[in-house]
Design a protein around this ligand. Structure first.
Ligand code: ZN
Length: 474
């Protein structure tokens, strides 16, 4: 269970720009911390719930989970040993919440709009509503900054600095009305700063793309002056998205520059493994905090395994390099499992014989479904009906290119009766529809890391274990 959860976390991490994040320097700078536990209340209402539960985390530890009652309300009372950043998970979404000892905080959230709808009230509301505002403003900023990447470095720098100053002014206005603890103020400052620094770490690469310049632009050293005061080992922020995202872009940027200065390697030919090995080395050199280090290693390895899709020889060699750098990685079991699952899906292997249910409700193995014929598996859920419709439209338009293939839908996360009703409503061929009763198992074993994942089988042998149903090559 823990393994599956971690695995899901990392997929979420890659797909949602990362949610793992750290501020020990701050903790120490705020003087002596009161270690005595103190009661905290966190409760509220979820409109249009997408899960029966709400789970509260401190970093990667579950603090408590609450089941929603009949009016979709929940209550969590716990003894807080530390104040600071928590997050709550209402699957499939999550959000941060800053809790101090003695806080009594209520949340109202409508899942149809999630972030946009979040309102906190009670003791602790000011900082939490401000964090929501900063997150929403940042989404807006991202759209604006996209237009700025074509600007020259000094002009770009001014634009980013003015966005940052505007937020800092909002913070000082807030501080005139309410009093925040030094640690809470430091967290907000970090949100503002790291969101701005991310743009600057992205700049050389996004500028090159926006201007179609042949080489990376020369960047004056004062552009990166904030790097002199970075906190690369900040415990409070390890699980905070702006900080963690910053670390990823920062390492990516440093890796590229280091390679350009030190190596003669042709990055166009064999770049992915080489660049990612630079990242491993930089994490080893720059980061001391064990959890942050392990999380960043995991991010690099997961990205490499899932997104680069390198040759088996390169992949094996990369895994060996990673294990030399991080033999005791806290995510090792999960990474090993993923590596094994990816290997199992290589061409000519037979598909893992996981059990699914046919439309009569009887169990059938994936092997039996795909032996003696050409099969293209795709996955869908009634929870994402538009996605399902997109797939059906796509299948209709490409079917003539695949006269010998059978498209097999595997349903997930839909109860049996609803699944049957959808088969009727959309007039699907019952013989080509199956349902997974243990989707977590299927998801892990078949490395289903995105919604369009597809697997092509011929006579029981894998042809492509990593196809995309909306982008099949024919
Ligand atoms: Zn290099």
């Amino acid at each position: 269970m823990a393994l599956v959860h971690l695995y899901l976390c990392i997929i979420g991490l890659i797909m949602k720009k990362g949610f793992l994040i750290l501020v020990c320097v701050l903790a120490y700078s705020c003087g002596v911390i009161d270690k005595r536990p103190s009661p905290v209340y966190f409760g509220g209402e979820i409109v249009n719930p997408t899960s029966p539960y709400l789970v509260l985390f401190k970093d990667d530890q579950v603090i408590d989970s609450a089941k929603l009652d009949r009016s979709n309300r929940f209550k969590i009372n716990f003894m807080a040993e530390t104040e600071g950043l928590y997050h709550f998970d209402h699957s499939p979404q999550f959000h941060y919440v800053y809790l101090e000892k003695g806080d009594s905080l209520s949340l109202r959230l409508n899942t149809l709009e999630f972030d946009e709808s979040i309102v906190f009230s009670g003791k602790g509301e000011e900082i939490n509503n401000f964090i929501v505002e900063l997150f929403l403003a940042n989404e807006e900023d991202e759209r604006i900054v996209d237009q700025y990447f074509q600007l020259e470095p000094d002009v770009f720098d001014e634009k980013i600095e003015s966005i940052r100053q505007e937020k800092l002014e909002q913070l000082s206005a807030l501080l005139k009305e309410v009093s925040l603890s030094p640690r809470a103020t430091a967290l907000i400052n970090a949100t503002i700063d790291y969101n701005a620094f991310i743009y600057k770490e992205k700049y050389p690469f996004y500028h090159k793309r926006a201007t179609h310049e042949e080489n990376l632009h020369n960047i004056p050293s004062k552009f990166y002056s904030y790097r002199n005061e970075l906190s690369l080992n900040n415990k409070d922020l390890i699980y905070f998205r702006p900080y963690y995202n910053f670390m990823k872009y920062h390492l990516g940027n440093l890796a590229y520059i280091e390679c350009k200065e030190m190596c003669q390697t042709n990055l166009d030919a064999n770049g992915a493994i080489h660049l990612n090995e630079h990242k491993l080395k930089l994490i080893d050199n720059l980061i001391q905090e064990k959890k942050l280090k392990d999380n960043l290693y995991r991010n690099v390895v997961m990205y490499y395994l899932l997104k680069v899709r390198d040759t088996p020889e390169n992949t094996l060699s990369f895994m060996e390099t990673f294990k030399e750098y991080s033999p005791g990685n806290i995510h090792m079991d999960e990474i090993d499992q993923l590596f094994k699952d990816i290997n199992n899906l290589q061409p000519n292997n037979s598909i893992p014989n996981l059990m699914v249910q046919n439309s009569d409700g009887r169990p059938v193995g994936l092997n039996d479904i795909s032996k003696d014929k050409k099969v293209i598996f795709y996955f869908w859920s009634a929870k994402h009906e538009n996605h399902f419709k997109n797939i059906q439209a796509r299948l209709n338009s490409i079917a003539s290119h695949y006269p010998e293939h059978t498209f097999i839908g595997i349903n997930r996360s839909t109860d049996y009766n609803q699944w049957q009703r959808m088969i009727e409503r959309y007039q699907l061929n019952k013989n080509n529809q199956y349902r997974s009763e243990d989707y977590e198992m299927l998801k892990t074993s078949l490395v289903i890391d995105h919604m369009n994942k597809s697997i092509i089988i011929e006579n029981g042998r894998i042809v492509n274990g990593f196809a995309d149903i909306l982008n099949l090559q024919y």
